[in-house]
Design a protein around this ligand. Structure first.
Ligand code: CA
Length: 523
């Protein structure tokens, strides 16, 4: 029956989609929008979702005063592509940015351009990571490429519209926070509503903490996930063939066994005072440690550095929320917090992202909008980064182009999830061959079951997410699941047709070899 309904809905989709009708609420007036975005921040390291490793009081404040989404999926779990999806409201195969190393075509329509045209002042501060110069922003100051954790050179829009560069001294997360507050306080035109996208490098690899948190957590042991010792049995060859294992693929730089380059003498001194004694203790003990103990040490070092980076972002989130209060802006400003994808904090023995498995398919999403979102609410609907641009346009009362492929979250904000909200979700990852050797795959999930196709290998996986939430045992080909399997295959075909996924991958190899993301020599 459900399938028939899907088919009927698919048949009703017009060939040339008209603009989408706005949600009812937008008579409230035009809200400001602040989009706070991080790189590789997972729910396991955000206490509104999971308080077992870290407390993030400021991010939690957005959840407490707003809404926490429990199932926000990304369409392609990797940095650049996620950003392109958010700007365009289109899947990677349509916006042209399918893998890191591609260059974003800034000529295409984006939601900041549409807001700008509708009288919004638009600003982009922090990590851009799309190679081309930002378009659609009255103001930008962005990291160049991945950007370093300390002393970043940044590209900014000069008064004549041309890009210039300047170098900052300090910790990048704090600098992005400073530039954000500075723009809000001094640079924006107070007569216009604004869109401010403030985007962090943190907590991206290689997890260099700020000066304030270099020794934070030294006295704690972070719990190990149950799947840290995963042996990859029960799945296809793909899970075994990756290169993102804590035990084998972290470099000496990742593990801070070397002092990072690019620090000022003073920063270097502070860094070495923190890591020197820790590293000396490890080197001394190393000879007598078992292989398992060394992996456990690597896990602690890696996760703590990651959490330290998150902690600095949380501080900056607090500064932004405080400033909004102070300036009387909090009431009429939407604050949305999210990350470009989720991440592995040792689950399956991994760091990194890319997979359609839960930890990297999901991303945090918190939203506060006083008077619209009821404080302290949660939502379990399948939402996506694909929905963000339509949400912003809808909230601003700006018509949504018919060819955007997501849906506005404004009704969900109001506590009224439409009955015809999506019940399934299409995912597609392309970056193979590439960093960390994760095979190309696409798949479909309805939140209860998940079907994944490693199409270059001709291998499939099917997971029962209720019985096997950690996705350790594929039930593909199991006769108990034959009905589920064929229904999901049909749904996959339907979604691929509806979303206009081409039969051949639109993958162009990156023009120049990537730096930074490749697995380096293991420690
Ligand atoms: Ca990322």
């Amino acid at each position: 029956m459900k399938r028939l309904l899907f088919l009927a809905l698919a048949a009703c989709t017009p060939v040339i989609a008209a603009e989408k009708a706005p949600s009812a609420k937008t008579s409230k007036g035009r809200p400001n929008i602040i989009f706070i975005f991080t790189d590789d921040h997972c729910e396991q390291a955000l206490s509104a979702y999971d308080p077992s490793r870290i407390t993030t009081p400021n991010m939690d404040r957005i959840a407490k005063e707003g809404m926490r989404f429990n199932r926000c999926y990304v369409t392609n779990s990797i940095c650049g592509p996620s950003r392109a999806v958010i700007l365009t409201g289109k899947y990677s195969h349509l916006n042209g940015f399918v893998r890191n190393g591609n260059t974003f075509n800034g000529e295409q329509p984006t939601f900041p351009k549409l807001l700008q045209k509708a009288g919004y002042q638009t600003a982009m501060i922090g990590k851009w990571h799309l190679k081309s110069t930002p378009t659609g922003f009255d103001h930008y100051e962005v990291l160049i490429g991945q950007g370093p954790y300390y002393n970043p050179p940044m590209k900014f829009r000069q008064p004549d519209g041309q890009p210039g560069t300047r170098k900052h001294t300090g910790y990048t997360t704090d600098i992005i926070g400073d530039l954000t507050i500075e723009w809000l306080k001094e640079k924006r035109d107070r007569d216009q509503p604004f869109l401010l996208m403030t985007q962090h490098k943190a907590p991206h690899r290689n997890w260099q903490p700020g000066p304030k948190y270099l020794t934070w957590l030294d006295d704690r042991t972070i719990p190990e996930p149950e799947t840290l010792w995963d042996d990859y049995e029960g799945r296809t060859s793909a899970a075994r063939e990756q290169k993102m294992e804590i035990k084998a693929h972290l470099s000496p730089g990742d593990l801070k066994l070397r002092t990072p380059g690019g620090l000022t003498p003073e920063q270097r001194k502070t860094w070495e005072a923190a890591y020197g004694p820790k590293n000396a203790a490890f080197e001394k003990a190393r000879e007598s440690m078992s292989e398992k103990e060394i992996i456990q040490w690597k896990y602690q070092r890696y996760v703590k550095d990651y959490l330290r980076c998150v902690k600095s972002v949380d501080d900056v989130v607090g500064r932004i929320l405080d400033y909004l209060e102070e300036a009387g802006l909090a009431e009429n400003t939407i604050v949305m917090y999210s990350s470009d994808q989720g991440w592995y904090l040792g689950e399956h023995g991994w760091y990194d992202k890319r997979w359609m498995y839960e930890e990297s398919l999901k991303t945090p999403l918190l939203a506060r909008w006083p008077g619209v979102i009821k404080p302290g609410t949660t939502n379990d609907a399948i939402v996506s980064n694909l929905d963000f641009p339509e949400t912003f346009l809808d909230a601003a009362g700006v018509p949504v182009p018919g060819d955007m492929q997501g849906r506005s979250l404004v009704p969900l904000f109001e506590g009224k999830t439409p009955v015809d909200w999506r019940k399934s979700f299409y995912y597609h990852y392309y970056e193979f061959p590439g960093a960390h050797s994760v095979a190309r795959h696409y798949g479909v999930t309805n939140g209860r079951h998940k079907l994944i196709h490693f199409y270059q290998k001709g291998e499939w996986e099917l997971f029962d997410l209720e019985k096997d939430p950690e996705e350790l045992q594929s039930v593909y080909g199991n006769s108990d699941y034959s009905a589920v399997q064929s229904a999901l295959k049909a749904e996959l075909d339907r979604l691929r047709a509806e979303l206009k996924v081409p039969a051949e991958d639109p993958v162009r190899p990156p023009k120049e070899k990537r730096r930074g993301g490749k697995p380096k020599k293991a420690a």
